[in-house]
Ligand binder design. Structure first.
Ligand code: GDP
Length: 360
């Protein structure tokens, strides 16, 4: 499954946020989670369309799409050289599709900062440096073999050039995600090396109430991490929210003047960063959001439900969500000419309401 790895220095609020994430998962009632692992938080992707569809179809239950977060414990200065959890940390992080760094902005004198002061920019640099050093090491270890294989014409010489270009970027102190493209590197090509700084980054700034209202500070930090996304949340507030029922939480959010929780925002941004979108199915039994990569075709989308659906794909009956809501029912949408029959080449759009026809 696609997962986002959560990293950060000690004492920045990772566990607090992660507890809120796992709590949100427990509350996402009746979702058939395969296994609940202690270091994985599977969070429902908020989608207001699902309730609307469920009421049109009289669905018994709603199954949202989910985003998985893995708690990657214990990055510290020197992690790339085996300090702290070192190598185990690196193995966990390699498996994540994106990296979410939690950074401390809240200034509670009772909570010690590992470097003695609250300094988000410096925290970001510390973690980036560790990941950059680890990638440099990976490349250094692989280069002799790659050079040999290139001389023996077992690999393309151009691949070696890409690897060397990546090495230059890293040596200049930049991550491949932020600076690779400008250096003319196609990050996809580096996939066989399993590097870490090629992964998309998301930054969560753990702040207090004051910080949530400080737009100047938020703009500054957003600019610092751009083009990566910056999310500002109060981990303690989020963990309190996660203890409440949906209604209570909505009320508490409204009282505080927010339209959505920080975790909801994180799930949305995470989903987007992973390059995913959803399509919808609905019937009396359930209304469900299915996760597909952006650009997926109709048969690929069908394959997410069942591999047989992909193999025996005939066609997809598609109604756009807005058209369906406007018409009020599938039959009315069909009568209004809003239902489309799409074939194998059709590229799915976010919010398509679909029924697949297939041979078994
Ligand atoms: P971790 O080491 O990154 O997992 O950090 P923890 O989640 O254990 O948090 C470290 C300490 O900071 C704990 O005592 C938390 O209660 C506290 N903490 C976490 N988030 C916040 C916050 O938003 N505001 C304040 N004041 N304290 C926080």
């Amino acid at each position: 499954a696609l997962t986002i790895g959560i990293v950060g220095l000690p004492n920045v609020g990772k566990s607090t946020m992660f507890n809120a994430l796992t709590r949100a998962q427990v509350l996402a009632a009746n979702y058939p989670f395969a296994t609940i692992e202690p270091n994985v938080g599977v969070v429902p992707l908020p989608d207001s369309r699902l309730k609307v569809l469920a009421s049109i179809f009289g669905s018994e239950r709603i199954l949202p799409a989910t985003v998985s977060f893995v708690d990657i414990a214990g990055i510290v200065k020197g992690a790339s050289e085996g300090e702290g959890l070192g190598n185990k940390f690196l193995a966990n992080i390699r498996e994540a599709e994106a990296i979410c760094q939690v950074t401390r902005v809240f200034s509670d004198p009772d909570v010690i900062h590992v470097d003695g002061k609250v300094d988000p920019a410096s925290d970001i640099e510390t973690i980036a440096t560790e990941l950059i050093l680890a990638d440099m090491q990976t490349i250094e270890n692989q280069l002799p073999r790659l050079e040999k294989e290139s001389r023996a014409k077992k690999i393309e010489a151009s691949f070696l050039d890409v690897v060397k270009a990546a090495q230059k970027v890293l040596e200049s102190g930049e991550t491949l995600y932020s600076a690779g493209k400008a250096a003319g590197i196609d990050i996809e090509e580096l996939a066989p090396l399993q590097l870490m700084t090629t992964k998309p980054f998301i930054y969560v700034f753990n702040t207090d109430e004051e910080g949530l209202e400080n737009t100047a500070m938020q703009e500054e930090l957003s600019a610092l991490v751009a083009p990566a996304e910056a999310i500002f949340l109060d981990a303690q507030f989020e963990s309190e929210l996660a203890e409440l029922t949906e209604e209570e939480a909505a009320e508490m959010l409204e009282d505080a003047g927010y339209t959505e929780s920080g975790l909801d925002k994180l799930a949305r941004v995470g989903f987007d960063t992973l390059g995913l979108q959803t399509y919808l199915t609905a019937g009396p039994k359930e209304t469900r959001a299915w996760t597909i990569p952006k650009g997926a075709t109709a048969p690929q989308a069908a394959g997410v439900i069942h591999t047989d659906f992909q193999r025996g794909f005939i066609k997809a009956e598609v109604i756009g969500f807005d058209d369906l809501v406007e018409a009020g029912s599938t039959a009315a949408a069909k009568a209004a000419g809003k239902a489309r029959i799409e074939g194998k080449e059709y590229v799915m759009r976010d919010g398509d309401v679909v029924e697949f026809r297939f041979n078994v």
